[in-house]
Write a protein that binds this ligand. Sequence first.
Ligand code: ZN
Length: 150
Amino acid sequence: MSDLLALYQEVILDHNKQPRNFGELPGCDHHAEGHNPLCGDQLTIDLALDGERIADLRFRGQGCAISTASASLMTEAVKGLTLDEAAALFDGFHEMLTGDPSQPADAAGLGKLAVFSGVREFPIRVKCATLPWHTLRAALSGSGEAVSTE
Ligand code: ZN
């Protein structure tokens, strides 16, 4: 394993063990639940908006290391962003995960989210990594419906 991959794995394990922004956000007006039946990942996202900006967000639930670490890193990445900026980040993240695995992943502009670039080699794990983002989008759209990756 390369040093970079080892470092990435360390970040993922750290966020799985000590998830950031974990818990409930009392009094928030946006939330959604997400479920990945293939793996059994389940999570809820609470979120507070300040105009067009994500003021604060938290997540809770149970899932594999990839989904938990992805939710943790996502909350850190999108806090303080505008809705457009968060959507653009999701696009870039999604592209990194679903691109051609024989090509190096393009993680430009993704910051710490680059730690998931190795996931593209494991298609079944892509849904674990993107579940928190789909759930975030559902929370923002305010539909109140549970999201499923299937
Ligand atoms: Zn999973």
